[in-house]
Design a protein around this ligand. Sequence first.
Ligand SMILES: Nc1nc2c(c(=O)[nH]1)N[C@H]1C(S)=C(S)[C@@H](COP(=O)(O)OP(=O)(O)OC[C@H]3O[C@@H](n4cnc5c(=O)[nH]c(N)nc54)[C@H](O)[C@@H]3O)O[C@H]1N2
Ligand SMILES: Nc1nc2c(c(=O)[nH]1)N[C@H]1C(S)=C(S)[C@@H](COP(=O)(O)OP(=O)(O)OC[C@H]3O[C@@H](n4cnc5c(=O)[nH]c(N)nc54)[C@H](O)[C@@H]3O)O[C@H]1N2
Ligand code: SF4
Ligand SMILES: [Mo]
Length: 708
Amino acid sequence: MQNTAAPNAVPTHCPYCALQCGMNLTPVGGGTVEVSERADFPVNRGALCGKGRTAPQVLAPGARLTSPLVRSRDGALVPAGWDEALDRIAGSLGRTRAEYGADALGVFGGGGLTNEKAYALGKFARVVLGTSQIDYNGRFCMSSAAAAGTRAFGLDRGLPFPLEDIPEAGCVILVGSNPAETMPPSMRYFTALRENGGTLIVVDPRRTRTAEQADLHLAPRPGTDLALALGMLHLVVAEGRVDEAYVEERTSGWEEARAAAMAHWPEYVERITGVAVPELREAVRLFCAPEAAMVLTARGPEQQAKGTDTVGAWINLCLATGRAGRPRSGYGCLTGQGNGQGGREHGQKADQLPGYRKLTDPAARRHVAEVWGVGPDSLPGPGRSAYELLDALGTDIRSLLVMGSNPVVSAPRAAHVEGRLRSLDFLAVCDVVLSETAELADVVLPVTQWAEETGTTTNLEGRVLLRRRALTPPEGVRSDLEVLHGLAGRLGVEKGFPVEPEEVFEELRRASAGGPADYSGIDYRRLAEENGVFWPCPAPPADGGADHGTGTAPHPGTPRLFLDRFATEDGRARFAPVAHRPSAEEPDDAYPVLLTTGRVVAQYQSGAQTRRVAELNAAAPGPFVELHPLLAARLGAAEGDPLAVVSRRGRAVAPARITTGIRPDTVFMPFHWPGEGRANTLTNPALDPVSRMPEFKVCAVRVETVRP
Ligand SMILES: Nc1nc2c(c(=O)[nH]1)N[C@H]1C(S)=C(S)[C@@H](COP(=O)(O)OP(=O)(O)OC[C@H]3O[C@@H](n4cnc5c(=O)[nH]c(N)nc54)[C@H](O)[C@@H]3O)O[C@H]1N2
Ligand SMILES: Nc1nc2c(c(=O)[nH]1)N[C@H]1C(S)=C(S)[C@@H](COP(=O)(O)OP(=O)(O)OC[C@H]3O[C@@H](n4cnc5c(=O)[nH]c(N)nc54)[C@H](O)[C@@H]3O)O[C@H]1N2
Ligand code: SF4
Ligand SMILES: [Mo]
């Protein structure tokens, strides 16, 4: 990476995670770009992780797809022209719809898609296909935090404050979040917190690189964060640390929540979580001592079949201590994917319309239908959630379009999901590479990548960003927007699917106007000038748009939410009356060990992109089973020995990685690889009743040594 940008460098953002680090890209010929530091973007100030630095390698023709592929008579995927590929998809979708009805068509999107693509995909499903059956991988990501945030605050924006508030917070509890590996440049905010005299508490069953930097590390049994939060709240009450004035003035539902917490004695919580009472007391002391404090959750507590209630319990702790909607304080969720925030706002979710509107709300249907030029009654209702949609493939759903996800690797109970995908009448996949899911497709469409197209993303802070094109895409690929345009036209909808991102964004602005995630005051020019704008950002009423120089002051955007009131009807935050419950699958004699799953720094998600980069593969070459020396000794396993991990869903094999940094009752596997070591062969698709999040973070397994 160079230190200074060349004169022709294009300021833009990383394709991967929700930090959306700023970077400069300079075209260097041969269809690729060089990454250099972009110090003017405040979130990362030039710092990048290895994935961001090496992202251009996936632009190379050898790594990616450059021609559509169609399934030939003898079963192979062979190159084809764009017209043939699009005709096949449109023809097949049309026939399925004629035979089985529109709801036999499924669409599966992704939180890595730009706002423009997510918006166009949701519109395509509802207006062109007429199906209710659309959902996306974000359901597997932050949906529990989104559901809990909506329930408590009336609005879900991952972080209700910018990252720059973290160093001033006094104390931060990171629950099931490992930013040292999942968002390395963000660690400077936590380092600064400690340099300012603040404290960092990490709650994780593993002693992660993040936990190593904490003042206090609590290592609960996977799946018991709900009890842990209730135990802390119990102590807050018992020790007289409730902020009574705040509770009275700014919240509702305290009595029920308080009663529920009082049933969770510290000793009882210790038995459930394995966290000793003195540690629990210390956590409460550190959290309550400073004037301001934050709780940030990520996938650890959220990817559980009780994820919504668990996040609710952590929000309760913030509310009881007066730590939400106040400066440098509050609850936040660290969203994951590049556009994990925007991707959940503009309509690719099963129950949603653009602007974070509800598909069941008649006023929202009228507003969006008008923007789309269709009748409100023509819009279908809510469809199935992601796992339920995948589980219905081959039965109720006969044809599927996938855009921006690789469920063969990333979905729970993946062998079953793979079987469902194989049982489809027709599968079309748009991707930049031949992912494991694309390998099963009848038609694969090669699409342009981040550096080759312009679009907006919304980072984990709710900051809407302009990701600029820096490079001409290679011959043979088209953008996702061009794909949707081409399919819509073939299915008889000639208008409403522009291929220019800015044109799509202009429509998105109107569709989102007045909704919870209001983007109507944002335009490309502003994004370029201001280095991002925080939503909600409504257009000034007078000019109906972010019209510069019209005399009406543009809305400044909203870096900090809830300071005056919460987004509920009465302006109060709602406590959630929640109680501990066991995980969907607890260990027993046949499956005595807990499995949890997650990430390593050098691979991204299903690995479809990062497994194509040599430097990243060298750092993280394959799956492994992390286990404690005590468990290893019981199994007679040495470092590197192949271990079989067996659950009620299947069996996976990967080498042992022995460490004292994990609980002896728990094993950990990263989920980035397909094949024998695929963690998701094992995971439990038990769903949270509210968010429909699967239980990726806890299931019961047995671990065996494998005889060579
Ligand atoms: N390198 C890399 N970075 C990424 C990604 C990637 O794939 N690779 N993906 C991006 C995306 S989409 C996301 S969602 C984020 C995810 O970011 P994180 O949430 O930080 O990542 P995970 O590793 O899934 O989970 C975090 C931690 O939860 C712990 N954990 C497991 N079970 C439990 C439990 O029951 N309770 C608690 N408290 N903790 C538990 C795990 O040990 C793990 O250390 O990362 C983003 N950044
Ligand atoms: N066991 C376990 N499983 C998990 C998790 C876990 O913690 N444990 N985490 C879950 C979470 S949080 C997430 S977010 C999911 C993610 O899992 P996936 O949804 O599989 O995510 P990716 O691997 O990012 O898949 C994105 C795919 O889209 C392609 N792609 C990238 N950009 C574009 C684009 O602009 N257009 C198109 N058409 N394609 C594009 C990529 O090449 C890749 O094949 O995994 C979930 N699965
Ligand atoms: S932390 Fe995330 S956004 Fe930043 S360079 Fe790494 S992958 Fe890209
Ligand atoms: Mo995610």
